[in-house]
Design a protein around this ligand. Sequence first.
Ligand code: PMP
Length: 407
Amino acid sequence: ASNIDINSIRKDFPILDQKVNGKPLIYFDNAATTQKPKSVIEALSEYYSSYNANIHRGLHTLAEKATTAFEDTRKVFQKFINANEVEEVIFTKGTTDSINLVANAYGRKFLEKGDEIVITAMEHHSNIVPWQMIAEEKGAVLKIIPVNKKGEISLDDVKATVNKNTKIVSVVYASNSLGTVNPVKEIAKIAHDHDAVMLVDGAQASSHCIVDVQDLDCDFYATSGHKMYGPTGCGILYGKRAILEEMNPYQGGGEMINNVSFEKTTYNDIPYKFEAGTPNIADVVALKKAAEYINNIGKDNIMAHEKALTAHAHERLSEIPGINFYGTADDKVSVVSFTIDNVHPYDAGLMLDAKGIAVRTGHHCTQPLMEHFGIDGTIRASFSVYNTIDEIDFFVDSLKDIVAKFS
Ligand code: PMP
């Protein structure tokens, strides 16, 4: 039991009130992207209807208003992740963009031949491929922390993998395909003991976990707006000031400069050094409403509700013969990933869609993890604050009907 008023929360999300294939929509694809509350949708519309202008350089009233709104989101995010300083919050396109920024602006400057980058076997492709690209360029080596049967990593394996050659450790806080919550605070400590920097992939964590970058003591934290009730195409990279200041810029252009001449260009201070070009102003402005939405309900309340949903889903799904769960860690977010013997995930996904139920099927951009488990993919149901026990019951009953058709 949690302290949330689910009926009033559901009314905040206009998209939920519709039928899909003649059935009430049940949206269980929240790990891919969450739906948006009215406050976020209205902030987008209000921005374009009343104060659209380019930011930072304009002196006129609309430009001032747009700049203030944009910078307000930075302040809200500073608190949201408990960064020490507002300048440590950089706006990006999202988690992928944030990780690429670090790989290019930190990795290209500081990696040398033979250096090691450490990730885990459960990383999303966006926390694998940018490191492979920079490793190849610099002659660095990618090292992988293994995952056990339950979909967890062990600190002993972290200690066995991180060594004096390690320069960067990059680990997902909450796995999108298993739900596993990783001990990123303890891993950061191990990284720092070896003078490596620690990046936390917070794409899933921002809406499901307490995020306190100072307590985690991570050097970088990457996240996406669209997975925490905000718009697509915007996210943040947090970095510790001293490290951000040492880094080279990622992209060159307007806004990131101090002075440009053909002989020599000097760069702007952080965070602007990393924000070349006109940013995604409307979406960043609306992102503030998403963070406020979470704050108003309270992370603790959201987490309690989602925990109850996840436990109920595990319990009810266990009634299905031939079900195999992937990701049964003790500490996990609201992601339930499974296969059913003799039922292909794609068939199940299509048949669930016919009943108005949206789940994700496939490898969830974690192909090496699927290979580790010896499967092509799973059926993944992922829950958010607006999901209900009744929806889970309908989902499980529907799955039972589907499985019956295959046996
Ligand atoms: N990491 C994780 C754990 C994710 O779940 C995702 C999105 N599925 C990403 C990174 C990439 O996020 P984005 O596509 O928003 O850049």
